[in-house]
Write a protein that binds this ligand. Structure first.
Ligand code: COA
Ligand code: MG
Length: 292
C-alpha cells in the first residue's frame, strides 16, 4: 500500500539527463526534487548516454537530501523496459512514467518493477498528460494508491498537443481541479505542469499561486531561475503560519476545552480547521528541516 509521509515538493526541476553540465549544476540547486529526464528533452541518439548519466547520478550520493526521480520513456517505446529496470536498480526515489493511459498501465509497470526486486523502495509517479488518462483519473488513482503510485505530475505541453488546443492556462482549470480531487481522494501527491517561458518570473509566480490555491504540492520546473519562486510560493507564508498557530493556541486554551467550534480572529473555527492548521505548521517545519 502507498505510504506517503509528507516531504516538500515545491520545486521539481527537470533536466535532460544527456546534459552533464545541468546534472552537475543540480548538486548545488535548492530544488526539492530533481527529475532526470530521459524522455522529451533527450534526442533518440542520446537516449543510452542519458540513461547511463542518470544512473551514475543516482548512485553518486552527490545530491544530498534532494529527492531524485527519473522520467523514463513511455511504455510503447523501445527504451521503456531498460530505462525502468536501470532506474530501479539504481535506487531512484521514484520513476516518472509519461503517457500513462489507464489503471492497467499502472498495474503492468508495478508488476515489472516488482519483478526487478521485490523489496524495491522506488515509487511510481505518473504523468497526467493524455486525454485517456483524464477520463480515467479516479481509476488510475484508486488502483495506483494500492500499489506503488504516490504522485501525479501534470503535463500540459503534451495535453495541449493531444487536445489540439492552444497552450493557454485558462483551458486547463477544470483538468487541474479534477486531477487534484482524484489525487487527494486516494492520498496521492500532485505536482503542477511546467511554465515554458522561464524568463518571465511574473507569469511563473501567477501559475504557482493558482496551483497552490487549487491544492497542488508544487510545480514542475525547467530552469534553475524558477526555483526560488516555486519554493517561496508553495511554502506557507509567515501570515499563514501565524494564523495557524493562533488556531492551535486557541483550541489548547483551557476555556475552549472540549469545544468543537470557537471564534478565532472573528471567524468561525472548527476542529477541521485545527487539523488543517496543524498540517500547515507541519509543512512549514518539514521545509525548515530540509533547508538545514
Ligand atoms: N537543470 C539544471 N541546470 C540547468 C537547467 C536545468 N533544467 N537548465 C539550465 N541549467 C544550467 C545550465 O547548464 C547553465 O549552467 P552553467 O552556469 O554551469 O553554465 C545555467 O543553468 C544557465 O543556463 P542557461 O544558459 O540559462 O540555459 P540554456 O539556454 O543552456 O538552456 C533550456 C535552456 C530550456 C534548454 C534548459 O534550461 C533545459 O534543458 N531545461 C530543461 C528541459 C527539460 O528537461 N524538459 C523536459 C520537461 S518539460
Ligand atoms: Mg511530454
Amino acid at each position: 500500500m502507498t505510504d506517503i509521509k509528507y516531504r516538500p515538493r515545491r520545486s521539481c526541476l527537470y533536466m535532460p539527463a544527456s546534459n552533464t553540465r545541468a546534472l552537475e549544476k543540480a548538486k548545488t540547486l535548492a530544488a526539492d526534487t530533481i527529475i532526470f529526464d530521459l524522455e522529451d528533452a533527450v534526442a533518440p541518439d542520446a537516449k543510452q548516454e542519458a540513461r547511463d548519466n542518470a544512473c551514475a547520478a543516482l548512485q553518486s550520493g552527490a545530491y544530498g537530501d534532494r529527492e531524485l526521480v527519473v522520467r523514463i520513456n513511455a511504455m510503447d517505446t523501445p527504451w521503456f523496459a531498460q530505462d525502468l529496470k536501470q532506474a530501479c536498480l539504481s535506487q531512484a526515489d521514484a520513476v516518472l512514467v509519461p503517457k500513462i493511459l489507464n489503471a492497467d498501465d499502472i498495474a503492468q509497470i508495478t508488476k515489472f518493477m516488482e519483478e526487478q526486486d521485490a523489496s524495491l523502495t522506488t515509487k511510481l509517479w505518473a504523468m497526467i498528460e493524455m486525454p485517456q488518462a483524464i477520463l480515467k483519473l479516479a481509476e488510475i488513482a484508486a488502483l495506483g494508491a494500492q500499489q506503488r503510485l504516490t504522485t501525479f505530475v501534470m503535463g500540459f505541453n503534451d495535453l495541449a498537443k493531444e487536445m489540439r488546443a492552444d497552450h493557454d492556462r485558462a483551458i486547463f482549470g477544470s483538468v487541474m481541479t479534477q486531477t487534484v480531487i482524484a489525487a487527494r481522494a486516494y492520498g496521492l501527491n500532485v505536482i503542477d505542469s511546467v511554465y515554458n517561458d522561464f524568463n518571465d518570473p511574473d507569469g511563473l509566480t501567477a501559475e504557482c499561486i493558482q496551483a497552490k490555491k487549487l491544492g497542488f504540492d508544487g510545480k514542475s520546473l525547467i530552469h534553475p531561475v524558477q526555483i526560488e519562486t516555486a519554493n517561496r510560493v508553495f511554502a506557507p507564508s509567515a501570515d499563514e503560519i501565524a494564523a495557524a498557530e493562533a488556531i492551535i493556541a486557541a483550541f489548547s486554551d483551557p476555556v475552549n476545552a472540549g469545544k468543537g467550534v470557537i471564534v478565532v480572529d472573528g471567524k468561525m473555527t472548527e476542529l477541521l480547521h485545527l487539523k488543517q492548521a496543524k498540517q500547515l505548521v507541519a509543512t512549514a517545519q518539514a521545509i525548515e528541516t530540509l533547508a538545514q
